[in-house]
Design a protein around this ligand. Structure first.
Ligand SMILES: [Zn+2]
Ligand SMILES: [Zn+2]
Length: 243
């Protein structure tokens, strides 16, 4: 599918899960990734992509002539040797437009306790990951609960109080953004990625987002139990656990 209107129609007609996958692909256009890597990025369990693609096949064939708003790399030609899935730039843009038009929460806002930092997110937000690493616990006072947005979608409306510090323990070279007036912890910004993590508690309205997994459980504090929520648990980050 190349026609933006057809992609928008597909976006409106498909299941919530398929829509979640479209948003996940649109967040990283022109990047072919194996299924597990995409599942990690969306916070999905393994093999959900295959099942969601299977579930949408009927709709594609009946209503869209078998066309799809994303592209495949066959395992034989992909660099990873596995099936890879991706959206080109125009497909991603069409999905992002459809998402913005289709949902009343396309623009979210948030800020610190005192109002000296205010931001808007003009695009999709990732679901929420709980991070148990030492650095997050020290900085947030307990585990972090973070959503994420594309860097271009995060707009600082009021940045008067915003201060940045280096994030010394992580391997992403990230910096952490906080309000110098009231001390609220807000952002985690790794320069080599195109997304910025945002403390979910700083959103004015986080309706529709949900917690989808635990990271760095190997570093969990000794003073609490991991919840019995059946969500995926990574010993470290999803990337490091795979490597
Ligand atoms: Zn503040
Ligand atoms: Zn952390």
């Amino acid at each position: 599918m190349d026609d933006a209107e057809e992609i928008a129609r597909f976006h409106d007609r498909c299941s919530d899960l398929m829509r979640e996958l479209l948003h996940g692909l649109a967040a990283a256009p022109d990047t072919a990734r194996p299924f597990p890597e995409i599942e990690d990025a969306i916070g999905w369990p393994r093999r959900r992509i295959a099942s969601v693609l299977g579930g949408v096949m009927h709709l594609r064939q009946i209503e869209f002539g078998g066309r799809r708003p994303y592209r495949f790399h066959d395992a034989r030609v992909s660099s990873s040797g596995r099936w890879e899935l991706w959206m080109d730039h125009d497909q991603a843009e069409a999905v992002r437009v459809a998402q913005a038009e289709g949902s009343a929460v396309a623009t979210r806002s948030g800020g610190c306790l005192c109002g000296a930092v205010r931001y808007e997110v003009r695009g999709p937000l990732r679901d929420v990951l709980i991070c148990h690493c030492r650095e997050c616990r020290r900085w947030h006072g307990h585990v972090s609960a973070s959503t994420a947005a594309r860097r271009d979608d995060l707009v600082l409306v009021q940045a008067g109080g915003l201060r940045w510090i280096d994030s010394p323990a992580g391997d992403a070279g990230a910096r952490r953004g906080f309000c110098g007036e009231c001390g609220s912890s807000l952002f985690w910004d790794p320069p080599r990625r195109d997304t910025v993590s945002i403390a979910a508690g700083t959103l004015d309205d986080a309706a529709g987002l949900k917690v989808v997994g635990h990271w760095f459980v190997a570093h969990a504090g000794g003073y609490y139990q991991l919840p019995d929520d059946e969500l995926p648990r990574h010993q470290h980050s999803a990337e490091r656990d795979r490597g």
